[in-house]
Design a binder for this molecule. Structure first.
Ligand code: FES
Ligand code: FES
Length: 172
């Protein structure tokens, strides 16, 4: 049975007609043409289909689209700045040569975007655990962890600078 779901995808609010058994992965790829969302295992094992749902990284292959009523979804396409500037996570993946075939990359970008969004620092072991839901068939894990670690540190530096500036403003 068809159902209409109102949701915001990459900043655009829309109403999409979907089969009520349809997974978000299929809606994003096949109805909305957002092909950065990769179809891998389709059973929640590989992380290739990861998107942000209200700021939380989820496997879109396991999430029914009808559960997205009123939700905000972001895919890698939604991170693209108008002038083409990459996000700190994307730039770190380039700088650390962490992209081989690139199949796993959009999903990793979305999880890493959630991680750096906390503004916290994480140890290398913590980063490994946080991205352990992503399988890279090219097995370039060292460079991927290097990249996420680099982005985490850069974003934590910025968050700490901003909070020190605010503390200075408050004291003035
Ligand atoms: S396709 Fe969703 S986890 Fe593999
Ligand atoms: S870069 Fe090929 S699957 Fe990860």
């Amino acid at each position: 049975m068809m159902r209409f779901v109102k949701m915001t995808v990459n900043g655009k609010t829309m109403e999409v007609g979907v089969d009520e058994r349809e997974m978000l992965l299929d809606t994003l790829r096949d109805r909305l043409g957002l092909t950065s969302v990769k179809r891998g295992c389709e059973v929640g094992e590989c992380g290739a289909c990861t998107v942000l749902l209200d700021g939380t990284a989820i496997d879109s292959c396991l999430y029914l689209t009808i559960w997205c009523e009123g939700a905000e979804i972001i895919t890698t396409e939604g991170l693209l700045a108008r002038d083409g500037t990459l996000t700190p996570v994307q730039q770190a993946l380039v700088d650390e040569a962490a992209v081989q075939c690139g199949f796993c990359t959009p999903g990793i970008i979305m999880s890493a975007t959630e991680i750096v969004g906390t503004g916290k620092r994480y140890t290398r072991d913590e980063i490994r655990k946080l991205i352990s839901g992503h399988l890279c068939r090219c097995t370039g894990y060292q460079n991927i962890v290097n990249a996420v670690e680099r982005a985490v540190n850069e974003c934590a530096d910025i968050a700490e600078r901003v909070s020190a500036e605010h503390a200075g403003d408050d004291a003035a």
